[in-house]
Design a protein around this ligand. Sequence first.
Ligand code: ARG
Ligand code: ZN
Length: 883
Amino acid sequence: MNAIQPEAAQPQAIYLKDYQAPAFWVDQVKLDVALDDHQTRVISTLSLRRNDQREAGLPLVLNGQGLTLKRIELAGQPLAETDYQYQEDLLTVARVPDQFTLVTEVEIDPANNTALEGLYKSNTMFCTQCEAEGFRRITFFPDRPDVLTRFTTRIEADQQRFPILLSNGNPIERGELDNGRHFVTWEDPFPKPCYLFALVGGNLQAVKDTFTTMSGREVALEIWVEPENLHKCDHAMRSLKASMRWDEQTYGREYDLDIFMIVAVNDFNMGAMENKGLNIFNSACVLAEPKSETDAAFQRVEGVVGHEYFHNWSGNRVTCRDWFQLSLKEGFTVYRDQSFSADMNSAPVKRIEDVAMLRTAQFAEDAGPTAHPVRPDHYIEINNFYTLTIYEKGAEVVRMMAELLGRERFRQATDLYFERHDGEAATVEDFVACMAEVSELDFSQFMRWYHQAGTPKIEASGHFDADARTYQLTLRQHTPATPGQADKLPLHIPVRMGLVGPNGHDLPLELNGEQLGTETVLHLREAEQTFTFHNIAAEPVPSLLRGFSAPVKLAFDYSREQLAFLMAHDSDGFNRWDAGQRLAVLALQHLVNQIQANEPLQLDPALIEATRTLLNGEMTDKAVLAEMLRLPSEAYLAEQYEQVDVDAIHKARSFARKALADALYDDFLRLYKVNQRVGDYAPEANQIAERSLKNTCLGYLMAREDEATIALTQEQFNCADNMTDQRAALTLLAHAEDPRLGAEPLRRFGESWAHDPLVMDQWFSLQVTRPQADALDRLKMLMAHPAFSLKNPNRVRALIGAFVGQNRVNFHRQDGQGYQLLADVVIELNRLNPQIAARLVIPLTRWKRMTSERQDMMKAQLERIRQESLSPDLFEIIEKALA
Ligand code: ARG
Ligand code: ZN
């Protein structure tokens, strides 16, 4: 039955165009929080002042969600029930003076807060998550980022259970109370929006260190964790100090408080949160130790620690005027953390990884029902907008501006931005205005990158005229329609390029009588533009979009020979990799055609030869070599089709892997052996590169599942002294055609790591990403495992997220059972944790590109979810999916 909701119950959209400055400022807030599992009491004292920019006599309206109001006093006088109203998450006081104090006392129930927004319990500790709109679940407040306030926070709790009580800023007072309770008072000297508020209470221990800033101030650094995790903090501490130094050297930004704290919590919706002076992290993004975490985890920790630290300037000192500006802080900060990781590790590999992710996951988002601009103009639930588009595409847009300005002027522009808007809530326009001012470039057309959704496509074609000695390059751009945006305007697209001559060297570029050296950036502004290069003696191969200079799809009709040529000779490392990917895509698409036509399969010999050249070549950068050996993912291949045949793509890719292994067995084996380390494990760039290369080779070899390779893999599993090698081997065994190969190692691994939830997450993931048809049954079995819980987001992501996101053939099973299982889980999570539910459902919303039987089954599950009483989060996504 279709339960028809009354019109008013439907969540309403909020529009950027309706923005108005706040009616009241909060000069100061004093919080008094008495922690209790079910009856936490919060007394807040707000010093309010009317905003004289707004019309006179406006009522006071504060946000408050799920609060039990116990007391309310204005200027020291209790308010009569007729003087205020608490309805639909708003507290309204109609008549208030221009300046006054408001005291409210509320009660909340953290132990029953499964949404993990506001104040909640994670195991035995209390913690908070306020971004975007969680603070309203703690107390009444103007919960919007443009109200900046000085916070003083007194926390009181049972001393035995919660010896450690933390909040933002500096501790100014502490003491013992009756009944075994104690308190600590924290004061944050920097005015901040309430989304940056944080509070923690628990039985925690810290790893401590210090950092001396560039002006010589000493900052105390503390990483607080549950005692069993103390040995997993060293890498995060190293990363924190490296981040602090890097931001000084690269952006001239110094830390501003005397203490910087990180807390690890097990139950967390996202990766981490940049609360002023008190970052709160998902334990998966801060804990790392060689025996239990992989190289990838080490790099994730470094990146996320950097990201949150960098927010202290790009986010905290300069914050956002409203949530439509989210990419102002997130896009910029991702760009900053990407540059940091590039400087700390292999820069080309970092770029390859970031682009690979953007081109699969973000492009898919931009082409689906939830597509939105980097700066959206409306939303129903802001939590749905912490997306790859806001974060990753937003970072690409900042990267393009950095490219357009060049290193020095970009730095001048960011200096200007930080100085001009320090202590303010800014907009995307403010940021771009600094870029324009410093560079004197015109960014008006460029602003369309913020307004238009969808991935632009550039069709490039070249014409060589031997007599005229010219090469004409024509670029045509087009951005496809996205929901709510039918017509798109041409964007300003920087296309970095070169022309590679027959001898493999870049040719000198002469354009409009100007000598441009051997590489240049073309500015594509029109729907179609032709660039004519002069004095070109022989037909070149164009190398376009070097370094992935813009987040677009670039099509050029390269021959396989040209791609192999670019793979070997392009002076741009990124484009060498990309040429290899293009060659592999052609070969895999050819196999897909053969599969669909029921023809015998044969892998393109050009791909085999190109791979042979790689394996036997002189490539010294092992990290890049490993990337170049990797075939494009099934998700990326799917992106190449309007109608996706998941089974054929999977079959084609598996066939290609095995064919490469058969043809190049000796080479893979030799490279595997050469890269077996002697000496101690360290998570540093050279070793990471070797392990990556070695395990890539082992992966190919195991595609054959021959006796010798099985023995090699088993030996690696048994003897590894680090999780990277052990997990790589375990994954290969668990994904083997023969289910017996994985059984025993999985059992042993599961038993020996039962005490460590982060390792159990890996154990869950690698079982449900098994491509064989029994994966769904295993998933169901594992959902009943004692270590699994729907209430923990990491467990949900490790098990269900991994299955629907990384096991395409099984999620899209032809009997529809994958869809049904996801819908079941989403319906349950809708009640427990709306944010996680709305994220998890996304793969189901992408039904348009599947074959028609699958479309029907997917839509049927979406309809089934729609029957429920939905949170705004899920309501918004489901409506878009079925629109
Ligand atoms: N600002 C945090 C970060 O990117 C993410 C917070 C996400 N919160 C949310 N409710 N979606 O570092
Ligand atoms: Zn962020």
